[in-house]
Design a protein around this ligand. Structure first.
Ligand SMILES: C[S@@+](CC[C@H](N)C(=O)[O-])C[C@H]1O[C@@H](n2cnc3c(N)ncnc32)[C@H](O)[C@@H]1O
Length: 404
C-alpha cells in the first residue's frame, strides 16, 4: 500500500473532475488501499461522531491543495473537485519526470553481456532488429479508463495499437516461438458492470492479422490483488472481487513450438511420494464412462516432478520488486505501479526458452522479464519509453548480475 499524499491526491484528478467516491476509488487503485480501509470508522471530534479517518485525510488534502491553488471545487456539483490550470501543469510536470523517449529516437539505456535495454518507443525499435526472437514476454499498458502515469492508448484504439506494437516482433519470431501477454480481465464497459470484450477482440485480431495461434490462456491467480472492481463489487454489490489475470500464450507455429514443461516441473507432494513408494494404485478402476482406466500398480514410477497446471498462484508482492521499490523511494525516483512478480516471469522464461535463446519485451517497465531471462542464461532485448523506469531497472539488473 502506497502512502496517501498531497501529490497522489492531486494525481487522481488528472483526467478531469471527480466526485469524492470516484476519487476514493481512484486512490484505492493507485495506492493499493483495501476497500475495507475506507469504511473503517473512528469517533472524532467533541461530538464523538464516527468518521472514516482515511476519507477525512483525503478531504484535508483537497482543502490544502485548494489553498495552494492546485484544486478547486466544481461549481454547482457538491463533492466534485477538479485540478486548476496550475494543478494540471503540476501533474504534467510530474509525468515529465518519467521522461518519455522522443518520437523516432532509439537510445541505449544500458546493457549486460546477455542483453540490452533501449530507451525508446517499441514501435521505433523492433522493426530494426535482425535476429530471431524465441519468446516475447510482455505486459502492455491496460486499456484503463484512467491511465497510469506512464500513459497508454485510447480505449477504442487499443487492439489496433497493440497489434501495431507487436507486429515487427512477430515478424522476427523463430518458427515455434511463443508470445506471452499479461493483460487485464478487469476492464468494464463505461458505466457498466459488464466486462469489455476487448480481450476477445484482441485474440481474434492477433490470429487474423498477425497469424498467431492461441496455445492457452493461463490464469495468474494473485492472492494479494487489491479488492475490486470497487464500483461493482463493493458499492453496487453486483460483482465479486477479482483475484486473477489472464496470461495469453500464442505461437506462430504450433507444430514447431519448442516450449518444454520438463524445464518447469514442480516437486511432488509428500502424499504423492508416499503413494508411489507404496507401489502406486492399490485397486483397479474405470472412470468417466471408460475414458480413464486405472490398473493395480498404475503410477508406481517416481517421475522427475509434477507437470505444472495452467493456473499459477503467485502473489504480486515479490522480494525483488520490494527491494527495488525501497531503492527507488530512497533515490526519490518515480515508482512503477504495474510490475509482474519475478517468479511468474521466471516460470515463463524457463518453460519457453533454453539458455542462449533471445527474449524480447516491448513494454519493459522495471525489466522483470529481462531479469528473468538474465538469471536463466537467456539473451534479452527490451524497450521502455520512460527513462526513469530504465534507471531503476538498471540497478535491479546489476544486483541480479552481481548475485549470479
Ligand atoms: C505494465 S508496464 C510493464 C511492467 C513490466 N512487466 C514489469 O514487470 O516491470 C508497461 C510499461 O510499458 C511502457 N510503455 C508504454 N507504451 C510504450 C511504448 N510505446 N514503447 C515502450 N514502452 C512503453 C510503460 O512506460 C510501462 O512502463
Amino acid at each position: 500500500m502506497q502512502q496517501l499524499s498531497l501529490l497522489t491526491v492531486l494525481d487522481s484528478y488528472k483526467s478531469g473532475s471527480q466526485s469524492n467516491p470516484e476519487a476514493y476509488a481512484q486512490l484505492g487503485e493507485s495506492c493499493d488501499i483495501p476497500v475495507e480501509a475506507w469504511e473503517q470508522r473512528r469517533s472524532i471530534g467533541r461530538a464523538g461522531k464516527a468518521h472514516s479517518p482515511l476519507k477525512r485525510k483525503v478531504r484535508w488534502y483537497q482543502q490544502t491543495l485548494r489553498r495552494l491553488g492546485l484544486l478547486e471545487p466544481v461549481a454547482g456539483r457538491r463533492g466534485h473537485w477538479r485540478a486548476t490550470d496550475e494543478g494540471r501543469r503540476t501533474i504534467e510536470q510530474r509525468e515529465k519526470d518519467l521522461e518519455p523517449a522522443a518520437p523516432g529516437v532509439v537510445q541505449l539505456g544500458f546493457s549486460t553481456e546477455l542483453g540490452m535495454a533501449l530507451w525508446a518507443d517499441c514501435r521505433d525499435a523492433f522493426s530494426r532488429i535482425e535476429e530471431f526472437v524465441h519468446c516475447v514476454l510482455t505486459s502492455p499498458p491496460y486499456p484503463l479508463a484512467h491511465q497510469r502515469d506512464y500513459g497508454g492508448p485510447a480505449r477504442e484504439e487499443y487492439v489496433d495499437w497493440l497489434c501495431a506494437c507487436l507486429e515487427p516482433l512477430v515478424r522476427r519470431l523463430a518458427p515455434g516461438a511463443s508470445v506471452f501477454l499479461s493483460i487485464s480481465n478487469d476492464i468494464f464497459e463505461d458505466g457498466s458492470p459488464a466486462r469489455s470484450l476487448y480481450r476477445e477482440r484482441l485474440v481474434i485480431a492477433l490470429h487474423e492479422r498477425l497469424g498467431l495461434s492461441k496455445m492457452d490462456e493461463w490464469i495468474w491467480h494473485n492472492p494479494s490483488k487489491a479488492p475490486g472492481p470497487i464500483a461493482w463489487a463493493s458499492k453496487r454489490r453486483v460483482q465479486v472481487n477479482t483475484s486473477w489475470e489472464p496470461i495469453y500464450w500464442f505461437t506462430n507455429d504450433p507444430q514447431a513450438c519448442f516450449t518444454d514443461n520438463r524445464r518447469v516441473l514442480r516437486p511432488h507432494t509428500a502424499s504423492h511420494t508416499r503413494f508411489v513408494s507404496r507401489g502406486g494404485a492399490a485397486s483397479a478402476g474405470v472412470f468417466g464412462d471408460g475414458a480413464n482406466q486405472r490398473r493395480v500398480g498404475s503410477f508406481a514410477a517416481l517421475t522427475a516432478g509434477a507437470i505444472p497446471r495452467n493456473v499459477l498462484t503467485v502473489p504480486h508482492n515479490c522480494p525483488s520488486q520490494a527491494a527495488l521499490r525501497k531503492w527507488a523511494k530512497d533515490e526519490g525516483i518515480p515508482l512503477h505501479s504495474a510490475t509482474m512478480p519475478l517468479e511468474l516471469a521466471e516460470h515463463i522464461v524457463r518453460f519457453a526458452m533454453e539458455p542462449g535463446m533471445l527474449l524480447a519485451d516491448p513494454f519493459g517497465g522495471w525489466l522483470t522479464s529481462a531479469v528473468a531471462a538474465e538469471r536463466n542464461g537467456c539473451r534479452w532485448i527490451v524497450t521502455e519509453r520512460m527513462r526513469a523506469f530504465l534507471y531503476a531497472a538498471q540497478w535491479r539488473m546489476l544486483s541480479a548480475v552481481d548475485a549470479a
